[in-house]
Design a protein around this ligand. Sequence first.
Ligand code: DQA
Length: 146
Amino acid sequence: MSDLRRVLVLNGPNLARLGRRQPEIYGYTSYDELVDLCVGWGRDLGLEVEVRQTNHEGDLLDWLNAAADEETPVVLNAAAWTHYSYAIYDACAQLVAPLVEVHLSDPEQRPEVFRHTSVVTPHAAAVVAGYGIDGYRMALEHLAGR
Ligand code: DQA
């Protein structure tokens, strides 16, 4: 059993294509590199970080439900689901430990109006948006500092 505090970093649809998907918006770091970075940042902060990604909304709901039961802090980039999934709104509402919302880009500054709404923000202890991959480090720092 590890002494490190456990944190889940959960990523929604299309984020496995990081580095290849619209790099001018989301950057050139690959998803695998993001996983390694998050685990390393976590270790430095005394956190045991597990990073997951899914294109299937039910997976994310199951992970959030388990995080609620286990009282695990969550860093969440729900990607496009952020903007319209009331199921994710409800799943986030029941979390017990802190939730930090992360986006690589800053959705509020982007031209598509649908990106200006977040179902995650009402339940988030903090929102980090527009800092690229570094935003995940900031989110983990936030959790480590609590
Ligand atoms: C995103 C922003 C969302 O609007 C978009 O649908 C994504 C990624 C981000 O990290 O900037 O897939 O969450």
